[in-house]
Design a protein around this ligand. Structure first.
Ligand SMILES: [Zn+2]
Ligand SMILES: [Zn+2]
Length: 169
């Protein structure tokens, strides 16, 4: 049986290198298929083409670590001021909030121990309550800060992929 002919370059395709359009079953060399945005036969949007583009863009980004951190610095510099890097700040506040609460609880327990032993058990209970609620609150705050920081990071990566794709056109 004769080898199929590639829809793009019109040359024969060896059986190990053949790719078919998922819609119309037209044959391509694997590298020819990667280079057509739409199937030449039926015009179907080629998902593999887009995947390849994004892969290439990602590789470009990774090999260009220097440029990348430079552009990240630009983004960080762009929104400077009180609300810059809000995710990292929230995480810092979460830690500080927890530490301050624990210190206050400890001071209250020690003070009661010295001043009024009668109140001691009650104050220990209150102190444990303060530490527990501070722990939960700071966990929530920390998780939120992490979320904000991550979504910012992924926005930066998204933007870089889009820029790489634009460059390739
Ligand atoms: Zn071909
Ligand atoms: Zn097709």
């Amino acid at each position: 049986m004769a080898n199929p002919v590639c829809e793009k370059c019109k040359n024969e395709i060896s059986p190990i290198d053949v790719v078919s359009c998922p819609n119309c079953d037209k044959k391509y060399h694997s590298w020819c298929w990667m280079s057509v945005p739409n199937c030449i036969g039926c015009g179907t949007f080629n998902k593999d083409y887009m995947k390849e583009k994004i892969n290439k863009a990602t590789v470009n980004i990774n090999t260009n670590v220097k440029d990348r951190s430079a552009s990240n610095e630009k983004v960080v510099a762009m929104d400077s001021g009180m609300f810059s890097n809000i995710g990292e700040k929230l995480k810092g506040w979460a830690r500080a909030y927890f530490v301050i609460s624990v210190v206050i609880a400890i001071i209250a327990v020690i003070a009661t121990f010295i001043i009024d032993l009668f109140l001691f058990p009650a104050i220990v209970g209150v102190a444990i309550g303060i530490v527990l609620s501070a722990w939960i609150m700071s966990l929530i705050l920390y998780a939120f800060g992490e979320l904000v920081a991550n979504s910012k990071e992924s926005k930066i990566i998204q933007r870089e992929i889009l820029e790489e794709l634009k460059k390739e056109k």
